[in-house]
Design a protein around this ligand. Structure first.
Ligand code: SAM
Length: 276
């Protein structure tokens, strides 16, 4: 027992929180498990935590019980708000509840550094949120670390290395700006209702500066073009750039190579060649 609040099944029943597929609702009801995810976020005692999609509040309770200074939650489903207010009453002054769409709302005025982000993300918006957090207008970002639940397949794309099928835009962006690891694996039965696929928690720690120098917009565009047709030779997929064969060679890349074999260091070298 991590707090004196009622079991989550009771909370869900009392507030009529039947899971909605359209909102990606697969709830975690085991408070031992949510406490474990909160621990994976590291020491929270001096941090503000931003949580997206708290639902009935299982992870929220884990984060508060593990000592987070403050937890700010953004939840789209208004049915969940009264349940979250009960948690706020149990932890006076430490939980800020914001109702709305996490892709649109800015809650930075509620947060003080250091900020850690933790979430069992709705699968339909998880990748968009991650990309926004990894690619903000300024670096370093407002957050120090991200501890996020994804479908296992997305988690594998985040940590993938060159030469693997999962390697692509997300792997390159994640490695460029963070240190990313899969820290937990969860079977479908850990959730209510169980999703069709396995899930995994990924921990990403923001690098103080990107691993290699490159203009973010140029790197983003060249990587997107290179992976649009991942089986094509780079000299073909990047032919819209002037003088591309020479620039590929200058970046140490064989123009006949394919995107999936090129590591981050070389993509950054190519972005620098294109930045003239
Ligand atoms: N954190 C809870 C847990 O672990 O049991 C719920 C996780 S559930 C996978 C995803 C949650 O995100 C749901 O509560 C859903 O209503 C909420 N959600 C879905 N889309 C959202 C959005 N765009 N912004 C904020 N919350 C969203």
């Amino acid at each position: 027992m991590i707090d004196n609040l009622p079991p989550l099944r009771e909370v869900i029943q009392r507030h009529g929180l039947s899971a909605r597929k359209s909102l990606g609702q697969n709830f975690l009801l085991d408070l031992n498990l949510t406490a474990k995810i909160a621990r994976a976020a590291g020491d929270l005692s001096n941090a503000d935590v931003l949580e997206i999609g708290p639902g009935p509040g299982g992870l929220t309770r884990g984060l508060l019980a593990s000592g987070a200074r403050k937890v700010v939650v953004i939840e789209k489903d208004e049915r969940c708000i009264p349940a979250l207010e009960e948690i706020s009453d149990a932890y006076p002054g430490r939980l800020v509840i914001v109702q709305g769409d996490a892709l649109e709302i800015d809650v930075s005025h509620h947060l003080n550094t250091p900020v850690k982000i933790a979430a069992n993300l709705p699968y339909n918006v998880g990748t968009a949120l991650l990309t926004n957090w990894l690619d903000p207008p300024e670096w370093p970002p407002f957050w120090e670390s991200l501890t996020l639940m994804f479908q296992r397949e997305v988690a594998e794309r985040i940590v993938a290395k060159p030469g693997s099928k999962a390697y692509g835009r997300l792997s390159i962006l994640a490695e460029w700006r963070s240190e990313a690891h899969i820290v937990m694996d969860l079977p479908p039965q850990a959730f209510t209702p169980p999703p069709k696929v396995r899930s995994a928690v990924v921990h990403l720690k923001a690098r103080p500066e990107p691993l290699y120098p490159a203009n973010p917009a140029i790197l983003r565009t060249v990587v997107a073009k290179a992976f649009q047709q991942r089986r094509k030779m780079l000299r073909a997929s990047l032919k819209s750039y002037d003088d591309i064969e020479r620039k590929l060679e200058a970046a140490g890349i064989d123009p006949k190579a394919r995107a999936e074999t090129i590591d981050l260091e070389r993509f950054c070298a190519l972005a620098r060649q294109l930045d003239t």
